[in-house]
Ligand binder design. Structure first.
Ligand SMILES: [Zn+2]
Length: 237
């Protein structure tokens, strides 16, 4: 097939101008120059699939029919470019590239906070859980499930104390439920070791499999006392 010759650069400039106007992209702070590279790729693709030279109008119509994929490419371009963003740009990224937004949640979270855009933070929490690298432990500072075994938060960057994590997860309740459902041997193991492993629940160190997520939490004197008294009441029962 003979490829029609078109001046990709000139056509892309023209089509980009039209697109910014028709799609109201200036609302997102975007100029024709911002989208020209994306448009050039599409123009080349369209030209390569036709045996006759496509008119600017037919290229424009084709792109407008696939408006969502254009906006998705624009969202990915904004992510590549990096901050600072506007609230409208963050909204565009979240709506049209949710998977990328979920993976980029740590970066976008700081931008959303800087802009005071709580609705963006909320959307990101959900996208992080779906497409990011969520952990079983929710950060008490930012609310993302992003606390690592080293007790730092992958999203807001906080370094947490064991105390703070214990309060956030309701540790005492988890410890009690562990003691009630476990054999006395396992409870004794925890008292002797002086620490537990936490994922969505409390486990004794021996039940953590290598490579599995788990936060080590050391027990206070009161927490060991609690385990001893639960153990004693089980023995009486
Ligand atoms: Zn956090």
């Amino acid at each position: 097939m003979r490829r029609p010759k078109i001046d990709v650069d000139a056509v892309s400039s023209e089509v980009s101008k039209e697109l910014v106007e028709r799609l109201g992209l200036d609302y997102y702070g975007l100029s024709p120059d911002d989208i020209k590279d994306i448009v050039a790729d599409i123009v080349q693709g369209i030209a390569a699939s036709r045996s006759t030279k496509p008119s600017n109008e037919s290229i424009l119509k084709n792109i407008l029919r696939n408006k969502d994929s254009l906006l998705k490419a624009v969202a990915a371009m904004l992510l590549d470019r990096g901050p600072p963003y506007t609230v409208e740009q963050l909204e565009l990224i979240i709506s049209y590239a949710p998977e990328l937004a979920g993976r980029a949640a740590p970066l976008l979270y700081h931008e959303a906070r800087r802009l005071g855009a709580e609705h963006i933070v909320e959307a990101l929490r959900d996208l992080w859980r779906r497409y990011g690298r969520p952990t079983p432990i929710q950060c008490p500072r930012c609310g993302f499930h992003a606390v690592t075994p080293e007790l730092t938060c992958m999203v807001c960057g906080a370094s947490l104390s064991e105390e703070e994590v214990k309060r956030a997860v309701g540790f005492r309740r988890l410890l009690e439920s562990f003691a009630r459902r476990s054999s006395p041997q396992l409870v004794l193991e925890v008292i002797r070791a002086g620490y537990v492993v936490l994922d969505d629940e409390v486990k004794p160190p021996s039940l953590k499999k290598p490579g599995e997520f788990g936060v080590q939490l050391f027990l206070s004197r009161e927490e060991k006392e609690l385990l001893r008294s639960l153990l004693a009441s089980q023995e009486r029962a």
